[in-house]
Structures are given as C-alpha cells and as structure tokens.
Design a binder for this molecule. Structure first.
Ligand code: DX5
Ligand code: ZN
Length: 216
C-alpha cells in the first residue's frame, strides 16, 4: 500500500552481521528493506548481488525492494527474483528501451520500478510509465551512501504527482530529518534512508523521528 513509509537502505551497514542488522530494523518497525545492488560499471562502486539477497530472504519476511544500479538489469532479473526480490527497480539511463525492460521484468511476477538520476530529465521516463508500478527519483547520483540531497528531486516528484495521482513515488539519497518533510510535501510515498539510520545509535529512534515527519 502507499502509506508513507521509511525504507532502510542496506549499503552503509554491518555486512559482517546482517542477521542482527535485519533483526534490529524489524524491531524498529521497518516495513520494507531497500537493497542497493551495484555492478562497478553502471556506477563506480560495487556492492553485492544475489547471495546477499538470498541470505537476507532466509532471515526476514519483510518485502525486499531491490534497487538495481547495474548496466544490464534483464541479465540478472530472474536470479534476483529467485533470490527473493519482491520489487525490482532499474535505471532508465542503463537501458535502450525502458518500456521493454519494464515489461520483461513484469513477466517475472514482481513489482517494477524505474529510477532516474538527478541529471536525467523526466521526459526520459515517458515511454515506460504505463509499464511500471513505481518511479524512484534519485536525490543524489546513484553509487554511494552519505551524499547530500539534491533538491531537483522535489520538482520531479511534484510534477510526477500532479500528472500521475496513483503512481507510487520513492526518493533515495540524502534523506534525513531536514529533507524528508519537503519530499513528503512534494508527494512522495516511500523514503529510502541509509546514513540517516545506520549512523544512529538507536535505529528505532531514528526511524520513529523520520516516521513522525511524514505522518499524515
Ligand atoms: C545510493 C543508494 C542509496 C543510499 C542512500 O546510490 O541508492 O540507497 O544507500 O544513502 P543515504 O541515505 O546515506 O544517502
Ligand atoms: Zn538505493
């Protein structure tokens, strides 16, 4: 459902003890986990792939929202679904034919999202908007956690919300207590948060504060 929600991003976290990280997040009231998959090619950083998704799947029933920052999303889509992904988001910059990519992903029986970086205009999304469940508006350049928020994302959210009242909108990058309210006001539904949670001592306190700022 589209109740506004904070999604922890597993990128800046303790990869040596993911089981405990997930337990702490679940206890803190997390409803969906956001997983950042990077291939060292579409973005200049390398994170993780199917084995981590599959390992997380064995330790949680939470939906897994997989953000594919990779050059060839269709190549890895089926293995990602088999590993336990519930939602697959590809980058519009990575593919030649976004509508085709979205339709192929849909065939796998998962939710489909399309992401765009701050410098990519909304017009790039037009061909595929009828074939996706969600748009992920990046408020930093995909690739690294801990970057600062680019307000161009707010204008994109406002326009998407005006034109598509029922489309699920997600924002990712530099979301914290200062930026989450404006993103909510711009019409966003899902708020990905990395450093804003994982640099806090108590994930529950950090999530509750952010939740309070987007509550209807
Ligand atoms: C960036 C990733 C984000 C990242 C967000 O490429 O897609 O999900 O983890 O981290 P923060 O909240 O620290 O900007
Ligand atoms: Zn992400």
């Amino acid at each position: 459902d589209a109740a506004p929600s904070v999604l922890p991003s597993l990128l800046i976290c303790d990869f040596g003890d993911l089981r405990t990280e997930v337990a702490r997040l679940a206890e803190a009231g997390t409803k969906v986990l956001h997983l950042d998959v990077m291939d060292g090619h579409f973005v200049p950083n390398l994170s993780y792939g199917m084995p981590i998704v599959e390992g997380l799947r064995r330790h949680t029933d939470l939906p897994l929202d997989v953000h594919l920052m990779i050059s060839d999303p269709l190549k890895y889509a089926r293995p990602m679904v088999e590993a336990g992904a519930d939602m697959l988001t590809f980058h519009v910059e990575a593919v030649e034919d976004a509508a085709h990519t979205a339709r192929e992903l849909k065939q796998l029986g998962v939710g489909v999202g399309v992401a765009l970086n701050p410098d990519t205009p909304l017009t790039e999304l037009e061909p595929c908007l009828d074939d996706v469940d969600m748009v992920l508006v990046m408020s930093v350049n995909a690739g690294f956690g801990g970057q600062s928020f680019n307000p161009v994302a707010l204008d994109k959210l406002k326009l998407l919300r005006q034109r598509h009242p029922d489309l699920l909108l997600e924002i990712d990058g530099g979301i914290n207590a200062e930026t989450i309210g404006p993103a909510r006001a711009a019409g966003c539904d899902l708020f990905v948060v990395g450093s804003g949670i994982f640099r806090a001592d108590d994930y529950g306190v950090a999530i509750a504060e952010l939740d309070g700022l987007i509550a209807a």
